[in-house]
Design a protein around this ligand. Structure first.
Ligand SMILES: [Zn+2]
Length: 147
């Protein structure tokens, strides 16, 4: 049995997803949230979407795997925020990846690899430009996201 993810943690994830959606002007998307079972890759968050329908569902685990090193609330705020940011970056690239997957003869794994290289740049270069994110990363109780 792994660690349970509390409602407060899930609610914080939701809040940070909405925060990044706002920052990246993705408000035209209809978004939804749900609790998910952790997948075999160990990912505790995901984003499923329809670029045609302009909807996205952000998932967050109900329970973490037994080997997880996730710290206890509120020290995991930075990790939750990083997950939220990552998934919103996937949404930012949703239309592009949908086009790539449907119109070109490239494997989904190949598109996914290329997408994650862009996401890594967005995480390492772009995210630190947001002061609020830096506060969260330091584990400080940022006024903006404190609950
Ligand atoms: Zn990803």
């Amino acid at each position: 049995m792994g660690l349970n993810v509390t409602e407060r943690e899930f609610s914080f994830y939701r809040q940070r997803v909405l925060f990044w959606i706002d920052k990246f002007s993705l408000k035209q998307w209809q978004v939804d949230f749900r609790r998910i079972d952790i997948d075999e890759s160990g990912a505790r968050a995901n984003c499923t979407f329809s670029a045609e329908g302009m909807w996205a569902t952000f998932g967050f685990a109900i329970e973490l795997g037994p080997i997880s090193e996730w710290p206890k609330w509120p020290n995991n705020k930075a990790d939750i925020d990083a997950d939220a940011y990552h998934e919103v970056m996937e949404l930012l690239l949703a239309e592009l990846t949908t086009i790539m997957n449907s119109r070109y003869n490239i494997s989904e794994g190949c598109v996914d690899g290329a997408k994650h290289r862009v996401v890594a740049t967005l995480e390492n270069i772009v995210r630190p430009l947001f002061k609020e994110a830096i506060l969260c990363r330091d584990g400080l109780l940022c006024r903006r996201c404190d609950m």
